[in-house]
Design a protein around this ligand. Structure first.
Ligand SMILES: [Zn+2]
Length: 132
């Protein structure tokens, strides 16, 4: 299944995580979005990232313009910067610089506010064991 077929499928399948992925992107939870895409398509992380980029271009940006036109330019810029950071700069261990890191846990079920604040800080380095 290629990218355009995947994009068609998620739009047409009534049980697809379309809305969930949209909301994850909207909240900046791109790691969750990628995990959800991987689970749905049973694909690898690279494919899921490509899909996420395609999803943003094809669906998210359009819907966002329609539904969230009240966002300030600063908010849009910040969202874009965060998204770009995750795609381009894979998180690295601040101690040893290894990219072999793991997200420790997912707090989204616990508290949305807490998850939002702490989302990008729940990592453990598989190389040196440092947590941040
Ligand atoms: Zn480390």
């Amino acid at each position: 299944m290629d990218l355009s077929q995947m994009l068609e499928k998620i739009n047409q399948d009534r049980n697809s995580p379309f809305i969930a992925i949209y909301n994850y992107i909207n909240e900046g939870k791109l790691e969750e979005a990628i995990t959800r895409i991987q689970n749905y398509f049973n694909c690898n992380e690279e494919t899921a990232k490509e899909f996420l980029v395609g999803f943003r271009k094809r669906y998210y940006d359009t819907l966002k313009e329609e539904c969230y036109s009240q966002l300030t330019p600063e908010e849009i810029a910040r969202n874009n910067a965060e998204a770009l950071d995750l795609f381009v700069n894979k998180p690295k261990c601040p101690t040893c610089g290894s990219t072999n890191i793991k997200k420790i846990s997912d707090f989204t079920q616990l508290s949305d506010t807490f998850a939002f604040q702490g989302h990008y800080k729940q990592f453990r380095c598989k190389n040196c064991g440092y947590k941040w």
